[in-house]
Design a binder for this molecule. Structure first.
Ligand SMILES: Nc1ncnc2c1ncn2[C@@H]1O[C@H](COP(=O)(O)OP(=O)(O)OP(=O)(O)O)[C@@H](O)[C@H]1O
Ligand SMILES: [Mg+2]
Length: 379
């Protein structure tokens, strides 16, 4: 299929000439004669490459590039700035706002077409690498005891039911007193910590899989140790990166049950995540902590569209704050909410059998299923 190129330029003659030239080379061409129009068209039609002028009345090229980076459908679209602005500061700004290449007008047609071709090839190579990698869904609690492990475990099982052909791994990141292995009635593995206490730490595929609980076909769990003393040495940023690289090459979905503290290894994992579900209880203290957590994510330059909220109600209460208030305070959408099921949760904790497995038609299981559907839609 021919590639589609969107040209955004207020100079109608330039639009026509470049369009014609590239059309002759076999590309599909779309044009827009203003920044605003170009932005709308790019989001709607998702071209393979955008040729963008800088000086335009209204929204200029830099502003268009910045806006494009905010939308999931256009954040990775390559941008080639094509402009009469030929001095260094303009070029630097072009790359800073997300440009992938920069050519100054006038140019030889052969240069333009060569650069377009090279940029499309580079993008195709990157996409090929990207599709080989598993998707990462991070469950990040705002504070401890929220029900984050329960939610991520039940979500992993639900995802496994939905897509039994996919390889899923759920990793519990906790420095000690992990609950994941106990929640599925298996306390024989020391999980992640066993790998880290080796000298040097063992993060080969065999070593990692040796510490996993193989819960069902397609679903594998790498729990944290149940030992309250945890272990030394702890997971470092580099080890987190190696573990992530190893898992992402071998699994389709990586679910991370994270702790509420954004330490260097946790930031590393968050930066790699395709999707972050912030889990929180609907109360005022949690709301304040959630604001701080979101601020922290912003400092890590994590794109806003990757973050959504999941409310976990662990008890029936008349004092829970409303969804509207939470949305207003946190400026984030609520993806879903988990209902209070104290009896079921207690039962599942005692029998060490997850709720989605044991009570597949319960309200909780249905809500988790909806949440998983919504996550998949966002990925
Ligand atoms: N929807 C729910 N309704 C009622 N109780 C729940 C619900 N979800 C979880 N719980 C209970 O809350 C407790 C804490 O759950 P869980 O261990 O999943 O939380 P956590 O956020 O992982 O805690 P930690 O910070 O210790 O890792 C457990 O006893 C669990 O059974
Ligand atoms: Mg937990």
């Amino acid at each position: 299929m021919p590639h589609t190129i969107l040209i955004i330029d207020n100079d109608i003659e330039a639009l026509r000439l470049i369009g014609l030239m590239l059309k002759r080379k076999g590309y599909n061409i779309q044009t827009a004669s203003s920044g605003e129009q170009g932005l709308t068209r790019a989001i709607e039609t998702q071209p393979d490459l955008i040729i963008l002028d800088i000086m335009m009345p209204g929204m200029n090229g830099y502003e268009v590039a910045k806006e494009l980076s905010k939308y999931p459908s256009t954040t990775n679209t390559p941008i080639l700035f094509f402009t009469a602005k030929d001095t260094l500061p303009y070029k630097i700004e072009g790359f800073q706002v997300g440009g992938d290449d920069y050519i100054t007008k006038p140019t030889h047609p052969a240069e333009l077409t060569t650069r377009v071709k090279a940029l499309l090839q580079r993008t195709a190579r990157q996409q090929k690498v990207a599709v080989q990698h598993g998707k990462i869904i991070a469950f990040l609690p705002v504070n401890g005891g929220t029900g984050n492990s329960t939610l991520s475990l039940n979500a992993a099982i639900s995802l496994n039911h939905k897509d039994p052909d996919k390889k899923i791994v759920l990793v519990e990141f906790k420095d000690g007193s992990g609950s994941l292995s106990l929640q599925v009635g298996n306390s024989t593995t020391r999980g992640l910590q066993e790998l880290l206490t080796q000298a040097p730490p063992q993060l080969t595929r065999e070593a990692i899989e040796g510490q996993m609980i193989h819960y069902s076909t397609g679903l594998h769990l790498l729990p944290a140790t149940t030992d309250p003393a945890g272990t030394a040495p702890l997971l470092t940023k580099d080890l987190a990166a190696s573990l992530h690289a190893r898992l992402t090459a071998n699994y389709d979905y990586l679910l991370f049950d994270l702790p509420p503290s954004v330490t260097p290894p946790v930031s590393e994992l968050l930066q790699q995540a395709d999707y972050i579900l912030l889990t929180l209880a609907p109360d005022n203290i949690t709301l304040t902590l959630a604001q701080k957590m979101l601020h922290q994510l912003q400092k890590l330059n994590i794109r806003e569209y990757k973050i959504k909220l999941a409310l976990v109600y662990r008890a029936h209460t008349a004092s829970a704050i409303t969804h509207e208030h939470i949305k207003e305070q946190l400026h984030q959408d609520i993806l879903g909410s988990i209902p209070p099921v104290p009896n079921l949760a207690q039962e599942s904790w005692t029998t060490q059998r997850p709720m989605v497995t044991e009570y597949p038609t319960s309200l909780l299981s249905r809500q988790v299923e909806v949440l998983v559907d919504d996550i998949l839609e966002q990925l």
